[in-house]
Write a protein that binds this ligand. Structure first.
Ligand code: MTE
Ligand code: MO
Length: 396
């Protein structure tokens, strides 16, 4: 259960005093797993600069990323211990006491520095949202697109769903005052390289675009952006900047690596000259997807099997999930409540599995009638793959 805002505030302020003096940061109720005393980013010795802080054993491991094994999830929300991690640099350890959020830029009335407590004092906002990396499923490019795509070779586990509480970016920007000429809002992380990705001011001011300080009712874990991260529901995960330390609001569009060469669709369908200075179409929203919560490839015992999975879309609720075995007829899967906008939905189906090699397909349709396609144009970096997947299943 989420702590009430009041309890949460009390916990946080108690920690400030006791935690800092006694180094007991890891001992407070409802706190994150960290047991080492808080230190500022960049203060760790090189050998301590692991890519992530959490226990990597439940995950599929990539060089700096951790991928969720969907079959390990049985609830609606992804627990922090199983939530995927996408890091461009090692997880920084940030002390909430000395943390400051700087708001500046030529479209800001008065630049301000806000402390963690300042942020906690603003009205709180909660969203239940899935978060997905635009490169999720990329590792299946050779299988379904007949070519490889550059980037982290994720299977299907760069996605998770959590309850996020924090303050709206709108309410934070209001403190500093946004000039009417504002066009772009860029959020910068406090990690090495200051990961950043600009978004249009309209999106930043959306009530659901938040700076979160809790995940599933608990203080954000270090790997997921402690003390403050952005959550931009329905948009590619790269917009949900972790460890946000600075927001820059400008009257000009901001062109940076992450909207010119990374997180852009590059290929013949997206002629570069139309997107200058980007190499292709910068990615904004995600797209409708579904997959079985089974390893790839999977093995199941013969007989009546209940298979589960997850479906999600940035365009409202999932309306239906259908399934088909070996290119047979499409049948309806059952959606397991809750069925919410912005969140993923679980589904299940019952299959009488006969021994042999099979291919199981699932296909989601969202509230606006968008369905997963059977084929789609390729893009160089393999983003936004959402074709109906041929899931290989061996029945024993
Ligand atoms: N500061 C910072 N924010 C970041 C990233 C990063 O490397 N640094 N990765 C982004 C990407 S590409 C994704 S998909 C999400 C992943 O969030 P998670 O690690 O909490 O699952 O964080 C985004 N925010
Ligand atoms: Mo990502």
């Amino acid at each position: 259960m989420a702590p009430t805002r009041r309890t949460f505030l009390r916990t946080v302020s108690a920690v400030g005093a006791a935690g800092a003096t006694l180094g007991l940061v890891g001992c407070r109720p409802g706190s994150e797993e960290e047991t080492s005393p808080s230190r500022g980013a960049g203060q760790l010795a090189a050998e301590e600069r692991l890519p992530w802080v959490k226990d990597p054993s439940p995950f599929i491991r990539h060089p700096t990323n951790l991928e969720t094994r969907l079959e390990e999830l049985d609830g609606f929300l992804t627990p922090k211990e199983l939530f995927f991690v996408r890091n461009h640099a090692p997880t920084p350890r940030i002390d909430a006491e000395s943390y400051r959020l700087r708001i500046e830029g030529d479209s800001i009335e008065r630049p301000v520095d806000l402390s963690y407590d300042d942020l906690l004092r603003l009205p709180s906002q909660t969203v239940v949202s899935y978060l997905e990396c635009a490169g999720n499923w990329r590792g299946l490019y050779p299988t379904v697109m007949g070519q490889t795509a550059s980037g982290g070779q994720w299977n299907r586990g760069a996605v998770g769903c959590a309850t996020w509480s924090g303050v709206s970016v709108a309410s934070v920007l209001e403190v500093a005052g946004v000039k009417p000429d504002a066009v772009d809002v860029n959020l910068f992380g406090l990690d090495d390289g200051a990961f950043n990705r600009p978004m249009p001011v309209e999106k930043a001011l959306d009530a659901d675009t938040i700076l979160a300080y809790t995940m599933n009712g608990l203080e954000l874990p270090p790997d997921h952006g402690y003390p403050i991260r952005a959550v931009v529901p329905g948009w590619a995960g790269s917009n949900s900047v972790k460890w946000v330390g600075r927001i820059e609001v400008t009257a000009e569009k901001q062109w940076v690596k992450n909207n010119t060469t990374s997180y852009v669709l590059i290929g013949p369908e997206w002629p570069a000259e139309e997107y200058e200075p980007a190499e292709g179409a910068p990615i904004t929203t995600l797209n409708v997807k579904s997959t079985l919560a089974l390893p790839w490839p999977a093995e199941v015992a013969a007989g009546e099997r209940r298979l589960r999975g997850f479906a999600y879309s940035p365009n409202g609720r999932i309306r239906q999930v259908e399934w088909s075995v070996d290119k047979g007829e499409w049948r309806q899967a059952r959606l397991i409540p809750p069925v919410l906008e912005r969140a993923w939905v679980r589904f299940e189906l019952t299959w009488t599995a006969t021994p042999g090699e099979h291919v199981v397909r699932v296909r989601a349709t969202d509230a606006r009638g968008n369905a997963q396609p059977m084929s789609q144009p390729a893009n160089r970096k393999g983003y936004l793959l959402n074709v109906v997947l041929p899931h290989p299943v061996t029945v024993l």
